[in-house]
Design a protein around this ligand. Structure first.
Ligand code: SAM
Ligand code: SF4
Length: 459
């Protein structure tokens, strides 16, 4: 990995020694980082700080980083450099998230303007780290105490959006050979059932209508319910479905091997569980899947999709793909295109393989040339985009409920989500963010739909 080292003289902190009053958090990468960023903000607010409108107005800037691909890491270093202000001052800078965990002290060595380095399992200690930074020390905390973080965070604050994330499971024991998550997020842990039901209730009381349960392997969640029974994720979903005021439940990201019969049945039996499933397959060639240590085959994945669709025929499938894994031949890549054609995705995320230091795949022979990866990614994305557009076009003329989430670009326009996670643009006088309205879809583009309102279903 090559990052330039910042050797310029250190500018004086804007308020050396003063307690920061305004914070600004930028989260990169996955939804779990978005959740962590929100919890950091809530914790700083509980300490009396306020959220700044921009980085320029902040005394403390937190870069909540992602280590999954090299590009994401390089971005952190360029972002740190941009925090220096025209007058030569700078805010207090904290690097949080998976880059902090993976690179630790190295960050402070390379970018001397960084005051705090805090890993994803240690951010509940931010107040102490801020105090340490105010004393002029570089504060570094990359400990991984098992689940200590959640117990130390304050209760959930009032939510600005009707849709919220709730991390239920963290870490990963699967060790796919390309992936840094088991090293940066640690071993798989499930948060306790009672804590999660409590946090979900607090979110609903704070105005939330939709909760997305999060985890690197969210469907590996296990816990004991309020009657002491061992349950999988379906047990938690059942408890949430009983909550008055909560209209929609989603979960992401799932691993094919943890997709139990009980969870599949939940898609058939629980109307509040939305008909959308993100189930990454990564590749279509069994040889590559084996080298990735995915422990499923293309055939077992397709069989699983068949069972899921038998339980919930209208379910929209989503996935992740990696092209150019070491040793991938054109025939292997064709197998990836085949599994996409066989599955038919409503949405998908596809990436060029990025060698990550310390992972087994980074040392494998036959690394694929960048231009071959570019060309394969283009062909894969063309196919996935065609499928996504076709899925969207299929909804034209259909009626569906839309949860309004944010203002649109045009005056009076609001943007919401369909049950299948499509963005829907609607204009209806009197409608507000947080309303669940019934619409008829009148047009569809590759990335969004337009709906005509029919009725307000629930306010
Ligand atoms: N746990 C999920 C699973 O098993 O599919 C995925 C979690 S990972 C944070 C999100 C996605 O990043 C993966 O599904 C994979 O497609 C992609 N990814 C992970 N490591 C990568 C790498 N080294 N290069 C390119 N993409 C990668
Ligand atoms: Fe990474 Fe594989 Fe774990 Fe997903 S299952 S987080 S891809 S190691």
């Amino acid at each position: 990995m090559t990052h330039s080292i910042d050797t310029s003289p250190l500018p004086a902190p804007e308020s050396a020694g003063d307690a920061p009053r305004r914070y600004f958090v930028t989260s990169f990468g996955c939804q779990m980082n978005v959740y962590d960023g929100e919890r950091m903000g809530e914790m700083l607010a509980a300490q009396g700080m306020t959220q700044a409108q921009s980085r320029d107005e902040a005394d403390l800037v937190i870069l909540n980083t992602c280590h999954i691909r090299e590009k994401a890491v390089a971005r952190v270093y360029s972002d740190i450099g941009r925090l220096k202000r025209e007058d030569g001052s700078k805010p207090m800078i904290a690097v949080a998230g998976c880059v902090a965990q993976a690179e630790g002290e190295e960050i402070a060595r390379r970018a001397r303007s960084v005051d705090i380095v805090v890993g994803p399992q240690a951010y509940h200690r931010l107040p102490q780290l801020i105090d340490q930074a105010r004393r002029g020390e570089t504060a570094i905390d990359t400990d991984m105490p098992v689940a200590a973080k959640f117990g130390a965070l304050p209760g959930r604050a009032r939510q600005q959006r009707p849709s919220a994330f709730l991390t239920v499971q963290e870490g990963c024991d699967k060790f796919c050979t390309y992936c840094v998550v088991p090293y940066t997020r640690g071993a798989e842990i499930s948060r306790p059932y009672a804590d999660l039901v409590g946090e979900a209730r607090a979110l609903v009381e704070a105005g939330v209508k939709e909760i997305t349960l999060l985890g690197q392997n969210v469907n590996a969640w296990t816990g004991e319910d309020d009657q002491g029974r061992a349950r999988g994720l379906e047990g938690l979903i059942e408890a949430l479905a009983d909550m008055t005021g909560l209209e929609r439940i989603r979960y992401t990201t799932s691993h094919p091997n943890d997709m139990t019969d009980a969870l599949i049945a939940a898609h058939r039996d629980i109307p509040k569980l939305m008909p959308y499933l993100h189930l990454p397959v990564q590749a279509g060639s069994d040889r590559i899947l084996k080298a990735m240590n995915r422990s499923h085959t293309a055939a077992s994945y397709l069989k699983l999709i068949e069972r899921i669709r038998a339980a919930r025929p209208d379910i929209a499938m989503s996935g992740d793909f990696i092209v150019g894994f070491p040793g991938e031949t054109e025939a292997d890549f064709q197998a990836t295109l085949d599994i996409v054609r066989d599955t038919v995705y409503a949405q998908a995320f596809s990436f060029k393989y990025s060698p990550r230091p310390g992972t087994p795949a980074a040392d494998m022979e036959d690394q694929i040339a960048p231009e071959i990866m570019d060309e394969r990614l283009q062909r894969l994305q063309d196919l996935l985009n065609t499928q996504q557009h076709a899925f969207n076009l299929d909804t034209v003329g259909k009626r569906m409920k839309v949860l309004l989430e944010r203002p649109g670009r045009k005056p009076g326009q609001l943007v919401g989500k369909s049950p299948w996670l499509q963005s829907v643009h609607v204009t209806q006088e009197g409608a507000r963010i947080g309303d669940l309205i019934e619409v008829e879809i009148v047009s569809a583009g590759p990335n969004s739909l337009a709906g005509e309102p029919l009725a307000l279903v629930a306010a």
